[in-house]
Design a protein around this ligand. Structure first.
Ligand code: HEC
Length: 108
């Protein structure tokens, strides 16, 4: 009985570590891929601009100006943070929002 418990415990710990590691690792990479798909058209990063980058402009340095909570609320609904925002609401799942925020926060 004791041994079974021990094995279960080791298993649970390993699972936890794996989940945590993949979570921390996935975030900004996933976010970058999402940015390329859903955001790049209106923005530029490091001179790499989308077709309509004149609309949203550069995102360079935005990770130093804004924090995670602000960005998450803004991306979910720009008008909630900036009433006159012209950026449209982009439909994103909770996980996608977190990934994008993780990526945008790397832009310092
Ligand atoms: C249709 C064009 C468009 C798309 C698509 C778009 N944006 Fe924007 N974005 C804008 C505009 C315009 C602004 C300038 C401020 C405003 O009017 O909202 C902006 C501003 C921003 C800001 C700066 C906010 C601030 O004031 O610090 C961030 C960060 C941002 N966008 C991230 C994103 C991300 C991430 C996506 C993809 C989910 C995205 N944008 C998609 C047009 C767009």
């Amino acid at each position: 009985m004791r041994e079974t418990k021990g094995i279960l415990w080791v298993f649970a710990t390993l699972l936890g570590v794996t989940l945590l590691a993949s979570f921390a690792w996935a975030g900004s990479d996933e976010g970058k891929a999402l940015y390329e798909q859903k955001c790049k058209a209106c923005h530029s990063i490091g001179g790499d601009a989308g077709k309509m980058a004149h609309l949203g402009g550069k995102l360079d340095g935005v990770g130093a100006r804004r924090d995670a909570a602000w960005l998450k609320a803004y991306l979910a609904d720009p008008k909630s943070k900036v009433p006159e925002a012209k950026m449209p609401k982009v439909s994103l799942a909770e996980q996608q929002l977190d990934d994008l925020v993780a990526y945008v926060l790397t832009l310092k």
